[in-house]
Design a protein around this ligand. Structure first.
Ligand SMILES: Nc1ncnc2c1ncn2[C@@H]1O[C@H](COP(=O)(O)OP(=O)(O)OP(=O)(O)O)[C@@H](O)[C@H]1O
Ligand SMILES: [Mg+2]
Length: 261
C-alpha cells in the first residue's frame, strides 16, 4: 500500500496557554498542559501537568482510565482545542475521532477519498487512489455501500482509511480499532503496522487495549485518572511485526497493566 503525501506544505503549529510562543516542534511536543472544561456541575479539570513527546516517525501509545483526558489530549495536538496552560506543538496532525463520523450521503469510497478531494484531486483520481486500499482492509466489494449499510467495524475502517489519506505527518488516532471484533482488530493492527513501516508517520495512538499498545508502539505512556497526566512510560524495543504471544510482549503488557493499577 502507498498513501502518498502531496498535501500542500503546512507550517508546524505551536499553541500555548501562555502568551509567549515556543518554537514549533518536529513531531509532537506537549509540555505541562492543563485543560479545564466548564460544565453545569462546575469546572472539570481534564488534564493537569500533562507532558508527552513523539519524535518524528515514532508511534506513541497512550493508555489510561476512562475520562482521564485522552481524547482531549488528541484534540489539543490537532489544534481543535487550546490548552489553558502549558504548550502544545505539533507538525500538521489529523484526528481520527472515537466515533467514525462518516458522511451519511456519500459512499464508503467517497468517504475514504474525501481528503483527496479536499486536496484538489479530481473525483476520478481520488477514487482511483482510495479503491485499492479497500481490499487491504477487507472492505472490497463495499466501495459503493452507504455508511448505514456497513457494520460499525467496517465504518471504523473506512474512517481509518480517510485518516491515512489526509496525508498529514502526524496521526492522532482515538481508539481506532475499539469497535472491531477480535480477529478483525488483529488484522487491522497488522495492516497499520505494515503501512507504517512502509510509510512512516508520527502516531499518537489512544487505546484501552494494553496489548495493542505493546504490539504497535515504540513507547507506551500510561496516564493517571482525571486530571490526567503521564505517570509511567514503557519503551518497547522489540522487532516488528510483533506477536502478542511473544513472552517479551506478554511481560511488557503485564508491566503496563501494573502501571495502570
Ligand atoms: N466538551 C466538554 N465539556 C465538559 N466536559 C468535558 C468535555 N469534553 C470532555 N469533558 C470531560 O473531560 C474529561 C476528559 O474527557 P476525555 O473525553 O478527554 O476523556 P477520555 O480519556 O478520552 O475518556 P474515554 O476513555 O472514556 O474516551 C471527562 O471528565 C469529560 O467528562
Ligand atoms: Mg476518549
Amino acid at each position: 500500500m502507498t498513501v502518498e503525501s502531496e498535501a500542500p506544505a503546512e507550517e508546524p503549529r505551536t499553541v500555548t496557554g501562555a502568551p509567549r510562543e515556543a518554537a514549533a516542534a518536529r513531531g509532537v511536543r506537549v509540555r505541562d498542559v492543563r485543560r479545564v472544561y466548564s460544565s453545569r456541575r462546575g469546572p472539570v479539570v481534564a488534564l493537569d501537568g500533562m507532558s508527552l513527546e513523539a519524535q518524528p516517525q515514532e508511534t506513541v501509545a497512550v493508555v489510561g482510565p476512562s475520562g482521564c483526558g485522552k481524547s482531549t489530549l488528541l484534540e489539543l495536538i490537532c489544534g481543535l482545542q487550546r490548552p489553558d496552560a502549558g504548550t502544545v506543538a505539533s507538525e500538521p496532525a489529523v484526528y481520527m475521532p472515537q466515533r467514525d463520523l462518516l458522511l451519511p450521503w456519500s459512499t464508503a469510497l467517497d468517504n475514504a477519498a474525501l481528503p483527496l478531494l479536499v486536496r484538489r484531486l479530481s473525483r476520478r483520481q481520488a477514487r482511483e487512489r482510495a479503491r485499492p486500499l479497500f481490499a487491504e482492509l477487507g472492505l472490497d466489494g463495499f466501495e459503493m455501500a452507504m455508511p448505514h449499510e456497513l457494520s460499525g467495524g467496517m465504518r471504523q475502517r473506512v474512517a481509518f482509511l480517510r485518516t491515512l489519506l489526509a496525508g498529514k505527518p502526524v496521526l492522532a488516532l482515538d481508539e481506532p480499532f475499539a469497535s472491531l471484533d477480535a480477529l478483525t482488530r488483529q488484522q487491522a493492527q497488522a495492516w497499520l503496522d505494515s503501512a507504517l513501516r512502509r510509510e512512516p508517520r508520527t502516531v499518537v495512538l489512544v487505546t484501552h487495549d494494553v496489548e495493542e499498545a505493546v504490539v504497535l508502539a515504540d513507547r507506551v505512556v500510561v496516564m493517571s485518572p482525571r486530571p490526567g497526566r503521564a505517570v509511567a512510560e514503557l519503551r518497547v524495543e522489540l522487532v516488528r511485526p510483533r506477536r502478542r504471544t511473544d513472552p517479551a510482549v506478554v511481560e511488557l503488557r503485564e508491566r503496563a497493566l501494573e502501571a495502570l493499577g
